[in-house]
Design a protein around this ligand. Structure first.
Ligand SMILES: Nc1nc2c(c(=O)[nH]1)N[C@H]1C(S)=C(S)[C@@H](COP(=O)(O)O)O[C@H]1N2
Ligand SMILES: [Mo]
Length: 304
């Protein structure tokens, strides 16, 4: 996931510094940092007793749930670090309460929400979803949140709103990598309106029956489980309804490797590695990658 330029610079630097076998994207490697990573800190549920939420049994898994300690200590959160073990520590710098979420652009009722207020009104539920990173690792996680569609209903999108743009915080004082202009911060992503309206698209505020740990994208993130993980923007501050397909962070950095749609597909290799199989982050087990990450029934119709 690291842009070539940065990747090679870092590799050179680390090699010169005497490190070997970096394998940043080595899918078969269970990183040493898994061992010393901390589990999620238990935060108080200050959201009015929302957790644990009722599980929606409609969403079932074909595999065991991933260990909570793995899912909360093996993170991609580039604002903080390029190392997967670091966000669990560094993201504790974030101040996630109070938090405002602005929903704006092509809608009749744009609004800046106080997150706590919004959560009181949304239909909270837990769903077990598969999650697949473009780097060929995967997990299975109980997310708590509500359908993105419910929030869209509140702001009343105009018929010209064909796409959504998601924007993460810009706080260099929290996030070390935002102090450099190597990347076009803040992180930005996008969906089509049809994708956003799909029943699977979820705004997530909790995991494993508790509020999201900061490193997993507190206090609110997107989850679109049929797409590679980079589409699921963390720590969102703004959702903008727009007409045209918006540019996205990784596509801007490396257009040939990370496209706007980014649907999980075992038969379309990444230019630098195969997507045919994936590695389960807690057990290291390899399993075949599923088309649309196993959600063809819900989403294939979007791409017919
Ligand atoms: N703001 C932001 N969101 C992000 C990322 C990021 O670096 N910054 N990484 C993405 C990638 S590549 C993945 S795989 C998932 C990882 O989510 P997790 O740490 O909860 O597993 O977050 C996605 N959302
Ligand atoms: Mo990812």
């Amino acid at each position: 996931m690291t842009p070539e330029r940065v990747y090679w610079n870092r590799r050179e630097f680390l090699q010169r510094a005497g490190f070997t076998g970096l394998g940043l994207l080595g899918a078969s490697r269970l990183p040493a940092q898994d061992k010393d990573a901390k589990p999620a800190s238990k935060k108080d549920d200050t959201t009015g007793g929302l957790y644990p939420a009722r599980r929606n049994e409609k969403f079932t898994l074909d595999r065991p749930l991933t260990d909570e300690s793995a899912a909360t200590s093996y993170n991609n959160f580039y604002e903080f670090s390029f190392e997967k073990s670091a966000p669990a520590r560094l993201a504790q710098q974030m101040v996630v309460k109070p938090w405002t979420l602005e929903v704006t652009g092509l809608c009749a009722k744009p609004k800046t929400y106080d997150l706590e207020d919004l959560l009181k009104r949304m239909p909270f539920e837990e769903r077990l979803y598969r999650f697949r990173c473009v780097e060929a690792w995967s997990m299975a996680v109980p997310w708590t949140g509500f359908p993105l569609s419910k929030l869209l209903d509140e702001v009343e999108p105009l018929s010209t709103a064909r796409h959504l743009r998601f924007v993460t915080f810009l706080k260099p004082e929290w996030a070390p990598n935002q102090r450099s202009d190597e990347y076009p911060w803040p992180y930005f992503e996008g969906l089509t309106m049809a994708e956003a309206r799909n029943e699977l698209s979820m705004l997530v505020t909790g995991v494993y029956g508790k509020p999201l740990p900061n490193q997993n994208g507190a206090p609110i993130r997107l989850i679109v489980p049929w797409k590679y993980g980079f589409k699921s923007a963390k720590s969102i501050v703004k959702i903008e309804l727009v007409e045209k397909q918006p540019p996205t962070f990784w596509n801007t950095l490396i257009p040939g490797e990370y496209d706007f749609t980014a649907n999980v597909n075992p038969s379309v290799p990444h230019p630098r590695w195969s997507q045919a199989t994936e590695r389960t982050i807690d057990t290291g087990e390899r399993r075949p990658t599923l088309l649309y990450n196993g959600y063809a029934e819900q989403v294939a119709k979007l791409y017919g």
